[in-house]
Design a protein around this ligand. Structure first.
Ligand code: NAP
Length: 348
């Protein structure tokens, strides 16, 4: 069976998902789209030459009986209501991060999914599908560097738009590290602290940039993450885990080496779409394949979305207080322990 998708939000990432499902992946088809900006939805249909119905809003799209699964790629604060409506209608959901903008709303989604009785939701934490992170995860699971002690990570973007605010450094940007590092070391977080270094003059006045976060885990691993969203030079993601007998570092994406004018140089990627293009393809293909084969999505769960939301809530508090803020999670329900997914298996 072909999985028939409705897409809610046809902005930057919504369009890339329409493109990959239509032109590169197998087993999926876009049959419906909606966007608060109806012209954007119509232009997506034209741009990709798809036979998809344009709906005025998320509720009418979800109600279409031809829609098996929804992709939620609207802006973050609108995600939770669309996810809850889709669960109520029994539709599969691929939700871009964040699952919800607060821990309370994420928990509401978790509870709705458990009440429905089977997993329906996958959250778009695509870094877990990146080859480099997967190699690091395997090395850690196989004890190649011994017990992890520290992690140093860096998340740099070239520049941000005018509506990017200081808290978005956590809820929009750091959230990727929050998820992937938790998955990488399989250890719950204990606390988070935010430090504001000297501000760059290259960011808009309302924005604190860069920011440094220090996260401690339950086993005592200390993580530092630099978030610098107006670094000017490119999209730069780095991660190094320091273990008892060795270290392991995220590989750089290979780019051509140029020898010219008495110098050796290598371009730095400029765009997140290029950096994780393969991971985006793999996460959506996994969503399609696991639903077709097993009847539920196997990727990052609503519970992972909840962990990220609790952590980012604490991160925003830490930005305001300047103190170490505790990260307190509820116990993981049995429902989210029992899935037989290769990704979940890596966790144990
Ligand atoms: P974007 O270009 O602004 O696109 C969002 C689109 O959704 C816009 O067309 C917006 O319309 C529309 N929209 C807003 N509220 C809506 C609603 N209630 N119903 C339907 N459409 C609505 O943003 P984007 O960069 O694509 O980001 C979309 C989501 O994906 C965000 O949550 C973001 O965090 C996430 N994202 C994830 C990654 C990743 O690496 N996984 C990368 C990029 C983005 P208007 O423009 O008229 O408001």
């Amino acid at each position: 069976m072909t999985l028939r998708f409705g897409v809610i939000g046809t902005g930057a990432i919504g369009k890339t998902h329409i493109d990959r499902i239509t032109n590169r992946l197998s087993g999926g088809e876009i049959v419906a789209v909606t966007d608060i900006n109806q012209n954007s939805a119509k232009s997506a249909v034209e741009e990709y030459g798809i036979q998809a119905k344009v709906y005025p809003d998320d509720k009418s799209l979800i109600a279409d009986e031809n829609v098996d699964a929804v992709i939620i790629a609207s802006w973050g604060p609108a995600h939770a209501e669309s996810v809850l409506a889709a669960i109520e209608a029994g539709k599969y959901v691929f939700c871009e991060k964040p699952l919800a903008t607060t821990a309370e709303k994420s928990l509401e989604i978790v509870e709705a999914e458990m009440k429905f009785g089977k997993p329906l939701v996958q959250v778009g934490f695509m870094r877990r599908y990146d080859q480099g992170y997967k190699q690091m995860k395997n090395a850690i699971v196989n004890n190649e560097i011994g017990e992890p002690l520290m992690i140093h990570a860096v998340h740099r973007n070239q520049s941000t738009s005018e509506n990017y605010t200081t808290d978005m450094a956590v809820v929009d940007t750091l959230i990727h590290e929050i998820d992937v590092l938790h998955w990488l070391i399989n250890d719950d977080y204990k606390s988070i602290q935010a430090i504001f270094p000297k501000r760059t003059t290259k960011a808009l006045d309302h924005l604190q940039d860069p920011q440094l976060f220090i996260i401690e885990t339950q086993r005592g691993i200390v993580i530092t993450v630099e978030v610098f969203t107006n670094c000017q030079f490119g999209y730069d993601i780095q991660c190094e885990v320091i273990g008892e007998i060795g270290t392991i570092k995220l590989p750089e994406v290979p780019t051509p080496v140029v020898r010219k004018n008495a110098a050796i140089s290598q371009p730095i990627l400029q765009d997140w779409k290029d950096r994780f293009i393969v991971a985006y393809d793999l996460e959506i293909q996994h969503f399609i394949d696991s639903i077709r084969k097993k009847g539920y999505p196997e990727g990052p769960t609503s519970w992972d979305g909840y962990i990220a939301a609790v952590t980012s809530d604490a991160g925003v508090r830490a930005q305001k207080t300047g103190q170490k803020e505790l990260i307190e999670l509820k116990a993981r329900p049995e429902f989210y322990k029992s899935k037989n997914s290769p990704i979940q298996n890596l966790m144990s």
